[in-house]
Design a protein around this ligand. Structure first.
Ligand code: PHE
Length: 380
């Protein structure tokens, strides 16, 4: 090779290298349960987040250090398990080079990955994890959903004031931070309002438990007027099928974990009349909500649930913070997140000192196999 050829070759490499640099995308991670017994949560979240990413790219991307960059979402599956969540979180940060993380959904998984993100100064925003301890892991950890002390209170209030029940039973997964926390917050408020918890029964690992009859038999003997099930949809629906078989026909309620089309698919008649607190109602007339529903439906052929809407908002908020920071530096993004004030699909989003938003909850009821909006409860 002549000297000239070598020089040309090297220059060519440099040009390709620079071009690549200019076009380089910024990557943000999406960590969701794409398989397992909460898989509908993951699918919805991925779809919602992708819509937010596409919205930013359609506007020409984000200006970083004076260069326009497109955003690429890197999605990984937690399988609903904390160990797997930590594996994919490390992979996203160390190998993929994500500059921020959206996720996880299940609180136990967010609790597992938050210390990693915090340690590496990668801003993380959970779309849907409601356990209060998630954002307490550090100042890089935010969320766009309300928290369980509020959600548990909302349902206890509804049971006592609207359903006028005095005797409640709780059946929950004691190996899961979300279920355990929500059970306690409901219990505390229900007692405060003068009610009695006549039975509190537990099982371990809703992924593996299929038979709840022993616990339900104890619960039935305690003669509750209301059954609170702060679990995800697979366990909650299965419990209700078995409860009805055993002749336990009292009204039932739960939290956001009930928000899946599978609740009715698995539970059928047994879940009819069930009430649960949620982040979002498709019946809300607000323009932002109705536009989002329309776009989502056009794209995916189904209506968005709370998970899709929350993931859209979470990704949108994170991208907005990156855009405003004009940088992928973790500390700069975090500082921008603190000042966010946005009308999202799921309500107003701005953060308190614990990096939680102050939001209302919708109460929904299963009527003829559909979610019907009953009322909105605002924080005091
Ligand atoms: N709040 C649940 C948790 O923290 C996750 C969830 C959110 C599930 C919204 C359904 C809808 O584990």
């Amino acid at each position: 090779m002549s000297k000239r050829t070598i020089v040309t070759f090297v220059m060519l490499l440099l040009v390709i290298g620079c071009g690549k640099n200019q076009q380089a995308e910024i990557k943000i991670g999406g960590i969701f349960p794409l398989t397992g017994s909460a898989a509908t949560f993951g699918k919805s979240s991925q779809q919602g987040m992708q819509m937010a990413v596409d919205a930013f790219n359609a506007e020409g991307g984000i200006l970083i250090d004076g260069q326009k960059k497109l955003v690429k979402a890197v999605f990984d599956d937690t399988e609903g398990k904390p160990e797997q969540a930590t594996n994919v979180c490390r992979k996203q940060i160390d190998q993929d080079g994500v500059v921020a993380i959206v996720g996880a959904v299940m609180s136990k998984n967010s609790l597992a990955i938050a210390p990693i993100a915090q340690g590496k100064q990668i801003p993380m925003i959970s779309s849907a994890s409601t356990n209060p301890e998630v954002t307490q892991k550090g100042d890089y950890i935010f969320r766009v959903c309300f928290i369980d002390p509020f959600q548990g209170t909302v349902m206890a209030d509804y049971a006592v004031k609207n359903l006028q029940v005095q005797r409640a039973a709780i059946l929950y997964d004691n190996g899961n931070d979300y279920n355990k926390g929500l059970a306690n917050f409901f219990e505390q408020r229900f007692r405060e309002l003068g009610g009695t918890i006549v039975a509190k029964e537990a099982f371990t690992d809703e992924d593996k438990t299929v038979d709840f009859r022993a616990q339900l038999t104890n619960i039935k003997a305690a003669q509750p007027e209301f059954l609170y099930l702060p679990n995800y949809y697979t366990a909650s629906a299965t419990i209700l099928v078995q409860a009805r078989e055993l002749g336990l026909n009292v009204p039932a309620g739960g939290g956001d974990g009930w928000d899946s089309p599978k609740l009715v698919e698995i539970g059928g008649e047994a879940v009819e009349g069930g009430v649960f607190s949620n982040h979002f109602s498709r019946e809300e007339p607000r323009e932002k909500v109705q536009n989002f529903i329309q776009q989502y439906q056009q794209r995916y052929g189904t209506e968005p649930d709370a998970l899709a809407s929350l993931a859209y908002d979470a990704a949108y908020v994170m991208l907005l913070a990156i855009k405003q920071a004009k940088s992928t530096d973790g500390a700069k993004i975090r500082d921008q997140l603190k000042d966010i004030d946005l009308q999202g699909v799921t309500g107003n989003i701005s953060f308190d000192e614990e990096r939680n938003p102050i939001k209302s909850a919708a109460i929904l009821q299963i009527q003829n196999g559909q979610q019907k909006y009953l009322t909105t409860i605002y924080p005091e």
